[in-house]
Ligand binder design. Structure first.
Ligand SMILES: Nc1ncnc2c1ncn2[C@@H]1O[C@H](COP(=O)(O)OP(=O)(O)OP(=O)(O)O)[C@@H](O)[C@H]1O
Ligand SMILES: [Mg+2]
Length: 245
């Protein structure tokens, strides 16, 4: 856990989300993520992870509670600019090529065309997409689309990056590559919030992990702390025990 005393990257207080059909997806959820922390969110399908992320990014209306991003209310422009989101669903515009996808995103976030062009070139190099610069999203492979999604999330140099299952369905090599890149970002001071169903991924990367089920926070600690408190040998063992309670 980071010992920074600065304003937290993310602060949730009493967050509750009831969808329009009456389903209670999050209940009284409180959580603080420190500036610069590498944070993991684990829980089974339907636990509420994506709902939580959508609420943080102001993509859905919340029912109750407060959300602050580096001290700013999550609905403000300041907050929006500090977050880079790579969503679970790959939502790329089918009519844009790789380069346009990145440049347009920069434009939405107030970058000048010249800056966006330079940054897009850099991102395409980092994510090995330069040879596909003029290729439209539907003509990319699945792994390339994942990489483009991540490159797009990073275009405006956000202070906090939220990755909703970034390695779902990617091959071993790309996963290792993404790990390396995410680690590098973290070392550079970027706060990372990651959801994954790969427990070894969370154990390997995250400084602190929250376990969530049925829209509630069950536990939050380092992997070692969770292993100790659940009397478990591995994070997988912790997970099985926590979810069975
Ligand atoms: N628009 C909606 N209207 C009603 N219920 C919804 C809506 N969106 C999500 N839910 C419900 O909220 C619950 C939490 O969904 P969410 O997508 O947050 O889960 P998750 O933890 O991200 O799961 P996964 O690991 O499968 O991605 C689920 O029961 C889901 O059906
Ligand atoms: Mg999800």
């Amino acid at each position: 856990m980071t010992t920074s005393t600065s304003t937290p990257a993310l602060e949730l207080r009493g967050l509750t989300k009831r969808y329009d059909d009456g389903f209670l997806a999050l209940e009284d959820f409180s959580l603080t993520v420190s500036d610069g922390e590498f944070f993991g969110l684990l829980g089974p399908n339907g636990a509420g992870k994506t709902t939580l992320i959508s609420a943080i990014c102001n993509l859905i209306r919340t029912t109750a509670g407060e959300i602050e991003i580096f001290g700013h209310h999550h609905s403000t422009l300041e907050a929006r600019r500090m977050i880079g989101l790579a969503e679970q669903d790959i939502n790329l515009d089918r009519f844009l090529n790789v380069e346009e996808t990145l440049i347009y995103h920069g434009g939405y976030y107030g970058m000048s065309r010249a800056d966006a062009r330079i940054r897009a070139k850099e991102m395409m190099e980092v994510f090995d997409l330069s040879s596909k610069a003029q290729t439209a999203a539907p003509k990319l492979s699945g792994g390339m689309r994942r990489r483009l999604l991540l490159a797009r999330a990073l275009m405006h140099e956000p202070r906090m990056v939220i990755l909703d299952e970034p390695t779902a369905g990617v091959d071993f090599e790309l996963r290792m590559e993404l790990w390396r890149y995410i680690r590098r970002l973290h070392r550079g001071g970027t706060t990372i919030v990651l959801t994954t169903h790969y427990l070894e991924e969370a154990e390997e990367l995250c400084e602190d992990i929250a376990l969530i089920r049925d829209g509630r926070l069950l536990a939050r600690d380092s992997a070692a702390g969770l292993r100790a408190s659940y009397g478990a040998d591995s994070l997988a063992d912790v997970y099985v025990k926590a979810m069975a309670l």
